[in-house]
Design a protein around this ligand. Structure first.
Ligand code: MN
Length: 425
């Protein structure tokens, strides 16, 4: 597949700092506002946010198969109605407009002042109006660690795990934009095996290092999506912190699975990086043994090499890196997840969010949750300020960052941050 906007030799007339997540080869999509103006669709090159609604009004986006209302919308859902072909052409057009030798906007001072904003002056908003949110559990290392801690080290993976991309239906109402503070959740826990449950603030608040993918309209009820076509229905990806209250989870999850331990908040990063932009970083996934059912078999490279980091920042303190992982460790890839999700005829719609599940690598420094990093609280993590963490404390901010690089191009996701305030009294 040859996508013009991915050409590594392209340069932009907009300045791109070294190591920027947003070179002209990225062109992610997001929703922003500036001053008192309404929310609208934007993209970013370097540290400059580009107003696509104004770009359309000024005539630079003519002839594309995108509804002009889509750019003035307060979510990317209308844009996704243009399907893969439409958003690919839009990305190619944006690439042309900002390519170093294209003078049309570059030399039009009046227009460029309307269209361009320093990133530091804009407010980012939820990029997508999420219809349904599904969370998978697709990292073998994570599932093995959790199974080892809570069940049996010799049978850490449940019998279904190597056959099914296990998942559950989450809740979209509490999926929120990076930077939104959350409160420590309150609920029922059972700290001691030989005593009854207690009620109060969770003591074991944890992050889950995940990535999310956002879908286009995929299938009608009763139809299904094959692994061959699955990527045609994936718009793009974001960083995803799926907050979890481990003590609430442990007491409530039998027999129906995650509930209040998971749905108090999940943070998404503001820029949706298109699957198109990630194509240069597609790689082989882990070998799957036992052999999977035919509907889960796939051709080609369906995993992605995305370096991930998690940092904890205490109030007024400096960040400490607590994890270095990679999306490439996923055992089940996104195409398999989408094929499995729809194999029973369940319909997937534009703006649905699919979480990868916690992304843990093979070594302790690559684990994707404090549950694993501190091994259920038995191995506290030393912070740069001398304090220790087993789980997340009040007023801690958790920051996740991710990017791909191949020596030619760096495609990044920016970051997703979230601060945990004390529980309500
Ligand atoms: Mn999760």
């Amino acid at each position: 597949m040859n996508i013009k906007a991915n050409d590594p030799s392209l340069k932009s007339w907009i300045e791109v700092p070294a190591n920027s997540d947003f070179p002209i080869q990225n062109i992610p999509f997001g929703i922003f506002s500036v001053a008192n103006n309404r929310k609208r669709v934007g993209t970013i090159i370097g540290d400059t946010v580009i107003d696509l609604a104004e770009l359309e009004v000024l005539g630079y986006l003519e002839g594309l198969d995108v509804d002009t209302w889509a750019y003035e919308s307060d979510s990317l859902n209308l844009l996704m109605d243009a399907h893969k072909e439409g958003t690919r052409e839009l990305r190619n057009r944006i690439s042309e407009i900002f390519e170093a030798n294209n003078a049309s906007l570059r030399d039009n001072k009046e227009h460029s002042e309307i269209v361009l904003h320093p990133a530091s002056t804009v407010t980012m908003h939820m990029p997508v109006e999420i219809g349904d949110y599904t969370d998978f559990y697709s990292s073998r290392e994570h599932a093995t660690n959790v199974g080892t801690m809570f069940r049996d080290p010799n049978n850490a993976l449940l019998p279904n795990w190597l056959h099914i991309p296990v998942g559950y239906h989450g809740r979209s109402s509490s999926v929120i934009i990076s930077g939104t503070d959350i409160k420590r959740p309150i609920g029922q826990t059972k700290p001691n095996d030989d005593e009854g449950p207690v009620f109060g603030p969770s003591r074991l608040v944890d992050f889950e290092l995940e990535m999310g993918f956002i879908t286009y309209d995929a299938n009608k009820l009763g139809d299904r999506v094959s692994t061959d076509e699955a990527e045609d229905y994936i718009f793009g990806m974001c960083l995803f912190n799926d907050w979890s209250a481990r003590d609430i989870q442990k007491w409530e999850y039998v027999p129906l699975g995650p509930f209040l331990a998971k749905n108090f908040a999940s943070h998404v990063s503001p820029w949706i990086v298109t699957l198109d932009a990630l194509q240069p970083f597609a790689i082989e996934g882990p070998k799957q043994d036992p052999e999977v059912f035919d509907y889960l078999k796939y051709m080609g490279k369906k995993n992605y090499d995305i370096e991930l980091g998690v940092f904890i920042q205490p109030e007024n303190g400096e960040e400490t890196r607590v994890s270095t992982s990679n999306f490439k460790y996923m055992y089940w890839n996104m195409s398999q997840q989408l094929a499995h999700h729809t194999v029973n005829g369940c319909n997937v719609r534009a703006g649905d969010l699919m979480g990868s599940g916690t992304i843990s690598g093979p070594t302790p420094d690559s684990y994707g949750s404090m549950l694993e990093i501190s091994w259920k609280g038995t191995k506290p993590v030393k912070m740069n300020d001398g304090s220790e963490r087993k789980f997340i404390q009040d007023n801690d901010t958790v920051i996740m960052r991710g990017h791909c690089s191949n020596g030619e191009v760096r495609i990044g996701f920016g970051e997703v941050t979230g601060k945990v305030l004390p529980a309500d009294k």
